[in-house]
Ligand binder design. Structure first.
Ligand code: ZN
Length: 428
């Protein structure tokens, strides 16, 4: 099976960050040529003349099935926000979790995300929607102490059951999730770590999202969350720590020396006004691999990684009074190749290179907000001028998921009406 993308501006995100003009040839899902002109015909040909091809974006922290909860807890203080969301969450059914996940996948496809990291319970239900959608889901089952959970049974056992049942399925990557220091004991952290490392799974968790989390942890454990997790030997190279907003330089060093990665969630932090700005420049200086997450739809309220890239860059520049902080190329790295590294899949995805799987998105080069189309400003246009709606075609693992803005893998009308019905049943 040969797929040929013709005459595109290709933002490769390879080691040299090369921009090339020409064709991309894909054989059985694998990229076999980048640039130049491919002679002969293919089974599927996509004319991309004047368009821009990028690696599919990677959202490293979300709660996808919360897509149908969008708008239920806006513009209120964080404690009230948690109260409202937990109350609704306690009444969720399998049907509305799946419907929400499907809607979230649809939103991600339309805005160019081809891989995401999720943190929630009931990942077996979410996986059904991800399988249908055609994109990749790294699905972290939420583990927390028994006394705090609404899950039936032991959360880590549920996580292990999900892993055993779903491992090896195409585009589904079971992972271990942890809610955070406020509901997980040292033993819970260490058991989750052991299971993840024994099975080579990603280990993702919330870290230092709020000041309260930091002060509570200092009171309970005598240390800040990052220092505490380092001191118990929890941090390792399979970790992706979401938020990581309230960190000291010592905690950044702890992340760096353990090989742990970070998913920063700028819009979520800003919208909840929790005040933290992840120290991304210091993380990068110390060699921490950083990436970007939207967080869930109750705190963002969008899954559009283009918006997230721009906000991240603006927040970091503005808070440092320094426009040289996080240049456009680095921001794009955080959403592509660095994110692939964060989820330990950089041998497979994250750049457009021969030998990698074809996770690609095509942006409409005719869109006024992306013109003029000069190679020297193309990356800048992507980070500062683009929206998810500029994405017109999406391929994941070589298969076309959306073509010329028409969904191929999912029935869009049905997905949206099911989500609408589920939201009505849940929220009234
Ligand atoms: Zn989160």
């Amino acid at each position: 099976m040969l797929t040929l993308i013709k005459d595109a501006h290709i933002i490769t995100q390879n080691a040299e960050r090369k921009l090339v003009r020409g064709d991309i040839l894909i054989r059985d899902g694998k990229i076999v040529q980048v640039g130049g002109s491919v002679e002969g015909s293919a089974d599927i040909e996509i004319d991309a003349s004047g368009d821009i091809v990028l690696p599919g974006l990677i959202n490293t922290h979300t709660h996808v099935s919360m897509a149908i909860l969008k708008g239920i807890a806006d513009d209120i203080p964080f404690p009230q926000f948690l109260d409202r969301v937990f109350k609704v969450d306690a009444h969720r059914t399998e049907r509305d979790i799946e419907a929400g996940a499907a809607q979230g996948c649809l939103e991600m496809i339309r805005s160019g995300t081809t891989t995401f990291v999720d943190l929630y319970y009931s990942q077996d239900i979410i996986a059904r929607a991800v399988e249908r959608s055609g994109i990749r889901g790294i699905l972290g089952w939420a583990v927390l102490d028994q006394e705090y959970t609404t899950q039936k049974g032991v959360p880590l056992d549920n996580c292990a059951r999900f892993h055993r049942e779903f491992r090896g399925r195409p585009r589904i990557y079971p992972a271990v999730g942890l809610q955070g220091v406020y509901v997980c004991s040292t033993q819970t952290f260490l058991s989750a770590r052991d299971y993840a490392l024994e099975n080579d799974l990603l280990l993702t968790f919330h870290l230092s999202e709020t000041r309260k989390e930091v002060s509570d942890c200092k009171r309970k454990e005598g240390k800040r969350p990052g220092d505490y997790l380092a001191s118990i030997g929890f941090l390792n190279d399979h970790c992706v720590a979401a938020h990581s907003a309230w960190l000291t330089i010592n905690e950044v060093r702890g992340l760096a020396s353990s090989g742990a990665k970070v998913s920063t969630c700028p819009v979520s932090n800003m919208k909840l006004a929790t005040g933290g700005e992840a120290p991304i420049p210091e993380m990068l200086q110390h060699g921490v691999t950083a990436s970007i997450g939207t967080d869930g739809s109750t705190t963002n309220n969008s899954l559009d990684m283009f918006g997230e890239m721009k906000v991240l860059s603006l927040l970091q520049k503005s808070s440092r009074w320094d426009p040289t902080v996080l240049p456009a190329q680095k921001v794009l790295d955080l959403a592509t190749i660095d994110a692939a590294r964060a989820v330990r899949m950089d041998g497979l995805i994250g750049s457009i290179e021969v030998g990698k799987r074809a996770d690609l998105i095509i942006l409409d080069g005719r869109a006024p907000n992306l013109r003029p189309s000069r190679p020297s400003s193309m990356v800048s246009n992507i980070v500062y001028s683009s929206f998810g709606t500029n994405v017109k075609t999406v391929l994941c693992d070589g298969k076309i998921v959306m073509r010329d803005r028409k969904m191929i893998t999912m029935d869009e009308e049905r997905t949206l009406s099911e989500a609408e019905d589920a939201a009505r049943a849940l929220l009234g």
